[in-house]
Design a protein around this ligand. Sequence first.
Ligand SMILES: Cc1ncc(COP(=O)(O)O)c(C=O)c1O
Length: 409
Amino acid sequence: MSIPLLDLNRQYASIKTEIKEAIDEVLESQYFIMGDEVAEFEDKIRTYCNANHAFGCASGSDALLLALMAIDLQPGDYVLTSPFTFFATAGAISRLGGIPVFLDIEKDSYNLDPVQVKAFLEGEHPVFRKLNPDRDKIKAIIPVHLYGQMAEMDPITQLAKEHGLAVIEDAAQSIGAEYKGRRAGSIGDFGCFSFFPSKNLGAFGDAGLITVRDNSLADKTDILRLHGAKPKYHHSLVGINSRLDTIQAAVLSVKLKYLDDWSEKRRKIAQIYNQLFEEAGVVGSLDDCSGTCDAMGGNHCSLPENKIITPKETTGAQSANGKHIYHQYTIRSKKRDQLMEALKAGNIGHSVYYPIPLHEQECFAYLGYEPKDCPISHCASKQALSLPIFPELTLEEIKKVVATIVDVL
Ligand SMILES: Cc1ncc(COP(=O)(O)O)c(C=O)c1O
């Protein structure tokens, strides 16, 4: 039995007829750009996310870029974010000449740590002393809702308010996730979503969407994605070409109907994984993990070799009104390499998100970050391992994944 990390064929088989009908309607209309399906989908997502405005665009990467363009990010401006994320989060900052300020993550949620953000904004963080930024040039915070779990938005938005910064939620992995009953993309000034095919709500190619809170920023975002023109051929701004294809909107509208059910199934699978690992006695405590990994001058991680850290629903557990939508089910282990070998031998899909944190990427070397500037991110990049999770994964498959891991431990 081989078990993929993600099996989109199983999902497609269950909705094939509806999808084909939806695509066929677009083909019959021949309206491939900004057809009716785009506005319909935007409206549905706006309601789904409880956001004020929603605009489709070409990708999650473009959604981030559009948000930063909408706040007029200038070369030399600083944007605070997590180094433990997909490259696009920081890539968008750099593409506008901005400087990504990487601050460490929480060891339980893997999300940007508000304590680090506070220390930086108060000028008491080693990264502040390293970058020595002009305070007026600090413009925004991009919390990333990694793996399907939202960042600690209350303290982050509070800090942003105190320091006059925009909050751009990178919700690429977290559509439908909740923080204190509020959906991803509804809390910050902007919410950026990706519909890359492997996402929980995946298109049939690249696609993305941006939610916007403020009315005037919404108008600006709307036209920035259309080369800055409104009406057509009248350019008040220099924008980009970033639209959501009508065919993608049609596909996504069909899939959106099933999203909550799929998310519940993912949550159930995560619970089963957690329970089976607990029963096998391999779950370590977060207290075992001091956060002083080898980046901290030779202090090796104190997590026992035969234990793993399973995902913790931090915002969920703390608020009772949180919801992790398990885009990934990610464990941590000091024996990651051995686990990967065993999974490979057992034909079980797995992946490392992310093997090199952004503060250690070659393209940001000019900023002078060292691994120890974000030690938890560094440690997570050495230990994180994502296991198969998708709504159609069977109990038999879950048990095989768990048995393979437990065997190695
Ligand atoms: C956290 C995060 N941000 C941004 C992106 C970029 O999205 P896209 O691939 O649609 O450009 C992704 C997805 O790949 C992501 O996971």
